[in-house]
Design a protein around this ligand. Sequence first.
Ligand code: HSE
Length: 420
Amino acid sequence: MKKLKIGICGWGNVATGLYKTLEDNRIQIESNSNTQIDIVVIGARRDNPKCDPKNITIERDIFDVLNHDIDVLVELIGGVEVARELILKSVNKGINVVTANKAVLFHHGDEIFEKANLNNVKVLFESSVCAGTPIIKLLTEELSANKVTKIAGMLNGTSNFILSNMEEGSDFKPTLELAQKEGYAEPDPTFDIEGLDAAHKIGILSSLAFGTPLPPNDFYIEGISNIKKIDFKYAKEMGYTVKHLAVTKLNEDQIELRAHPVLIKINSYLANLKSVRNGIEVETDLLGTLHIAGSGAGQESTASGVISDLVHLANSNDNFSEKNSKSKNKLINFLSLSFQYYFYIEAEDVPGVMALITSQFAKKKIGIESIVQKENLKNNMVPIVIITDLFVEKDHKDLLQTLKKLDSVDAVRSIRIELD
Ligand code: HSE
């Protein structure tokens, strides 16, 4: 049996989940992979009352983990700058790294992979995107004969958990609290609900598929914090639901990159993935469209991805690293993309208000596919739901501002519609 000595840095939710999974599933892991994984040392600034590591050596200075006889450093501290320093120290010492940290790869991935290549060590990161749901090795190994043209997915488990619970009638805040309690959300949950976590993940996938840099240039990022329960009702009446989608797509020789809420057809593959599940569609030339789904957050799911990287390391004796040799592609300016939109507008129920609102669309030559006035709210306000024709993103912001400034309009929000 192959043996792998590992040092874990970090002793929070993910690290203790890895420890427990290695304990509980030891027989299964060894028989499936012919690999024995031994934790030699844990770097933890403090104890975790939820998990006793028994007689494993503990280092209070996480950098001291690198002074032990280990084959792999498992970086589970999260965050960006200290994680970068730790990973680079490990790489410079010739110690392989497995990390679940999407933020550090998003901000410093190119530097980290370059240094890993120079030192002939590997930095593996399966669990950085969709936790253990296998997408990284799929892109870097299994699909190597294919030209990937688009990756679109729900990449943040917490957002999907919140949105699918809201779809069933729950409120935003208690559902977020539940996601935090279940260990799905980031330590700072604004990363989840403002779209940053999904943006980190699509940035990594875009780098693998299309060679965009890490960090990428600025791209459009929006989270789910403005979505209201009523949006699900109106979306459903028109055959849609609301999801948070991250997209990277080859558009001639430029790359479209974005992460934001969308309306998608209610009977589509992604629309039917509920709770903490992540789902990804990968468009390829040889295999057509692939669908992958699995739990995208949580202790067990993340441990699954980390262990898959460890087994991969134990099985490989080549000197490759995950450096991306693809040519670098330029990002498309988000403002030049076109979308159909859902608009929710609350306006005073007075004669002429409909004409006033639709004239704002007409002035910008934006076609309206459907417009419905819903049942009156209190205070003589009426909700109006509009689905537009396709129009260019640069007109969207102006239109929103114009509508918000109308005296008879109280609230406006919009969601892009994902057509394919
Ligand atoms: N907070 C992340 C999520 C954890 O909800 O998807 C997994 O990366």
